[in-house]
Design a protein around this ligand. Structure first.
Ligand code: UT7
Length: 331
């Protein structure tokens, strides 16, 4: 019997209106447009400036965009999974609030945190629920308000990250389209290179931790870069090999948007031409859990039914991996 596959049947997205350009960053920290562009590929990023609004604000907007475009009835959604490293609050699941606000009143929901690989790992979770036959409609949202955990006096991190959200609906497919294969990895060695020291169970918030700026993202960029370059390229090449995909067979590489140089290295290793590489890092920066769905949102009109997509991500933890998915619709 043919295995039930899980396909993406709709996408949505949202980025805040406020643009933080490299030129403006030049007035905030000692940096320059040329350095940022040549080292990262980033020209500008979006920042959520609304007071008292967190990640859920953007997650809801992205989900509503998907619902409006696809016409899916939110009451039919079984499960809402929010991939995020910046939940609204420390304990109540952001996904529960998002599900209620979008009218997914019959769904259960929770958050998934795997840093920049959150959406990729979420794709595996969403697809598994569909493949097993347990649920019929799973809404996966990747959303992060990175500006809430960035120190805008630290030039090594503030130039990289941005805010945004993207959403994808997973449904059963009887033509063999959708998720085909995955290779997901983690290595706890990564925790010392990319982290937020305080506010968790090891080092709860205190006057001291605030004074020492320990609630902001710390990254040893050079070390993370080395791990990311080799691991993202390795898993993407591996998944092609394992599925007998030549570079001609791959229509699109959908890579996490952390650094244009990491994306180029991954594409080179796969032998994939640059026209097949989805890119939006220049306008959004690194939106962590939102990079992959925002690529689908931006490129949806160019995707054709049957296209072979290779997703790849690398993030804190370390977490990384690759997913091979056959696109299921023409828009
Ligand atoms: O998404 C999650 C996973 N994260 C990643 O994949 C990020 C991986 N890392 C990177 O993308 C890069 O390492 C960065 C973009 C973060 C940094 O680029 P780099 O080429 O590795 O630069 P570097 O850290 O080696 O710094 C080179 C120089 C240093 O000066 P010295 O020591 O050579 O005098 C830095 O102090 O550039 C300096 N520098 C800056 N200069 C201008 C660091 N940040 C800046 C800046 N503007 N914003």
């Amino acid at each position: 019997m043919k295995k039930q596959t899980a396909a993406i049947t709709a996408v949505g997205g949202y980025v805040p209106d406020f643009v933080l350009s490299n030129k403006v960053l030049e007035t905030m920290v000692e940096t320059n447009d040329e350095w940022i562009t040549s080292r990262t590929g980033i020209k500008e990023r979006r920042i959520l400036k609304k007071e008292n609004e967190g990640t859920s604000y953007m997650a809801i907007k992205a989900a509503e965009d998907l619902i409006n475009k696809s016409g899916v009835d939110p009451k039919e959604i079984d499960f809402v999974l929010v991939a995020t490293a910046t939940p609204d609050v420390m304990v109540a699941a952001t996904a529960a609030y998002v599900a209620s606000e979008i009218g997914a009143v019959n769904a259960f929901s929770y958050d998934l945190q795997a840093a920049c690989s959150s959406f990729l790992f979420g794709m595996s979770t969403a697809a598994s629920y569909i493949e097993s036959g347990r649920y019929k409609k799973v809404l996966l949202i990747g959303a992060d308000k990175m500006s809430s955990i960035i120190d805008y006096t630290d030039r090594t991190t503030c130039i990289i990250f941005g805010d945004g959200a993207g959403a994808a609906l997973f449904e059963p497919n009887n033509e063999g389209l959708g998720l085909q294969d995955e290779y997901l990895r983690t290595d706890g060695i990564g925790r010392k290179f990319l982290k937020i020291d305080a506010g968790g169970s090891i080092l709860p918030a205190s006057e001291e931790t605030v004074k020492n700026k320990q609630h902001y993202v710390y990254q040893d960029g050079k070390s993370v870069f080395k791990f990311a370059v080799s691991n993202m390229a390795d898993v993407s090449a591996l998944i092609m090999e394992r599925n007998n995909l030549s570079k001609e067979d791959v229509q699109w590489l959908v890579p996490h948007q952390a650094n244009k140089r990491i994306i180029d290295a991954t594409a080179n290793r796969m032998g994939v031409d640059k026209e097949k590489v989805m890119i939006n890092i220049h306008k959004y920066g690194n939106t962590t859990s939102a990079t992959l769905p925002l690529l689908l949102f931006d490129y949806e009109k160019q995707l054709k039914k049957g296209d072979n997509l290779i997703f790849a991500a690398f993030g804190g933890g370390f977490t990384w991996g690759s997913i091979y998915l056959k696109w299921a619709y023409n828009s």
